[in-house]
Ligand binder design. Structure first.
Ligand SMILES: Nc1ncnc2c1ncn2[C@@H]1O[C@H](COP(=O)(O)OP(=O)(O)OP(=O)(O)O)[C@@H](O)[C@H]1O
Ligand SMILES: [Mg+2]
Length: 324
């Protein structure tokens, strides 16, 4: 098997060891294979950024290690030349133009390649804005420049911490496309964090769900989502339907807001006739019943359970509003 691009072994971070120690990352193990888009998903404060900081040697691990291309960056820091990263929002010199900021970044990493910088500006959609000072950039523009900067040294591994932070819906869609292009057109390995389930579901091949510093689930998205069959039924009365069905099937009201008359039933398509018969016998009106693919959101709710703080604003973000 090829050397994993990232492999962590018992990676741990404890903040404030003496007074009030806080276990932010708790002995995590995961591996990322070449060419994968790997999503690191978890609510605010789960330990995502801390994990990335340790991987990039920006912070010391309290225990365990993170190997990048099989090397420990603490012993072989030059391995990080093969890594491009965007960590917790992009920071640039505000009084320098976008172009000059890229120059600074390029020069700090062994040389600025103007041709490549131009291609990257095209790739991130910033052509025309490179002559503008960064202080006049919007959040989304800074984020795009951050992506261009991360890719300047043509890294094999791209690490993106909350890449769509502060971007508008159109920008988010483009970002998803960038991420997929990076992996599938350009053969990069991408590691991204997000608390946006839809983002991870739509971009990643593999996902780890982290909560309170622990990885609670890890696997291929396809496999995680296809673990069990479910049916969704729209009925006249949720309560009556539950009573009618729960003897034989596991049932729950839909977690999707504004779908109060929908029921999720853990059953296969072949059970549909008996379910309908049972509901009709019990005088429950049935409007529709169909198999549904479990969304990553449902899955997330199941594994995170009570730790999930459902925001009112969007059913797709977890753990509160995205931070600016
Ligand atoms: N420098 C620090 N000193 C003390 N505690 C910290 C420090 N950095 C992070 N923490 C704590 O560690 C935990 C994990 O933080 P981290 O930033 O890794 O979370 P995250 O998953 O990236 O969250 P978010 O989605 O909000 O970015 C949090 O409880 C946080 O308060
Ligand atoms: Mg973070």
């Amino acid at each position: 098997m090829a050397t994993p691009v990232i492999e962590t072994e018992g990676l741990t971070k404890i903040f404030g060891r003496l007074r009030n120690p806080k276990l932010a990352v708790d002995h995590i193990h995961f591996r990322v294979e070449p060419g994968q888009v790997y999503g690191f998903l978890g609510p605010n404060g789960a330990g995502k950024s801390t994990t990335i900081r340790m991987m990039l040697n920006l912070m010391h691990a309290s225990d365990g290690k993170a190997l990048i291309f099989g090397e420990d960056p603490r012993q072989k820091p030059e391995i990080l030349f093969r890594v491009g990263s965007l960590v917790e929002g992009a920071t640039f010199y505000p009084y320098l133009r976008g172009w000059d900021n890229l120059k600074v970044v390029g020069n700090s990493r062994g040389g600025f390649d103007a041709t490549r910088a131009k291609q990257l500006l095209q790739f991130v959609g910033l052509v025309g804005s490179e002559r503008v000072r960064v202080k006049a950039y919007s959040t989304g523009m800074k984020q795009r420049l951050g992506i261009a900067a991360a890719l300047l040294n043509n890294p094999d591994l791209v690490i993106l911490d909350e890449p769509t932070n502060g971007m508008d819906p159109a920008g988010i869609r483009e970002m998803r496309q960038f991420i997929r292009d990076l992996a599938y057109k350009y053969g990069k390995t991408v590691f991204l964090t997000s608390h946006l389930l839809s983002e991870v579901q739509q971009t990643s091949d593999r996902v780890a769900i982290i909560n309170k510093g622990k990885i609670v689930v890890e696997g291929l998205i396809e496999e995680l989502l296809n673990q069990e069959e479910q049916l969704e039924a729209e009925v006249g009365s949720i309560e009556k339907a539950k009573t009618a069905l729960q003897e034989r099937w596991q049932v729950a009201a839909s977690t999707v807001p504004n779908e109060h008359n929908k029921l999720r039933i853990k059953a296969s398509r072949n059970d549909t006739p008996s379910i309908v018969r049972r509901l009709v016998e019990q005088n429950v009106d049935v409007f529709s019943i169909a198999p549904v693919r479990q969304s990553l959101e449902d899955y997330f709710l199941e594994v995170i359970g009570d730790d999930f703080v459902q925001p009112n604003s969007s059913p797709l973000s977890i753990g509160g509003t995205p931070h600016a």
